[in-house]
Design a protein around this ligand. Sequence first.
Ligand code: RTP
Ligand code: MG
Length: 141
Amino acid sequence: MAIERTLSIVKPDAVGKNVIGKIYDRFESAGLKVVAAKMKHLSRSEAEGFYAVHKERPFFNDLVQFMISGPVMIQALEGENAVLKNRDLMGATDPKKADKGTIRADFADSIDANAVHGSDSAENAAIEIAYFFAASEVYSR
Ligand code: RTP
Ligand code: MG
């Protein structure tokens, strides 16, 4: 299995609950390494640009409004099968449907305030990592 990278965001709800470290522990316990990280309060245009694929969806405005409601913690994760592994750790988009023991089941309150973002493909991961990090800010290790 090839080493892959994925882009993860701890969303404003989870940052507000002070569970960044608990979520990082899930990544590290699963063998994913944090290879880049920054805390940032996104501007509206940054959030709109990040979620541009969803701009025609009915939930787009609520999603952007939520993502700029407070600071987020953004990280690139590296490891075997990182994209799918992170999606498995996150659980389903709606925390009510997320499997027990997943990040969203344990830390999220609703489909809007759902604790984490994770890239959905290796191709999108590369685009999303480049959206937030210069190549020189990502530390392969
Ligand atoms: P994310 O991109 O944040 O990792 O979440 P995801 O892949 O599990 O879900 P996605 O379909 O990409 O949707 C992005 C975010 O939009 C909100 N959403 N609301 N009300 C709705 O039906 C609905 N569907 C999606 C969620 O907050 C989701 O994380
Ligand atoms: Mg998504």
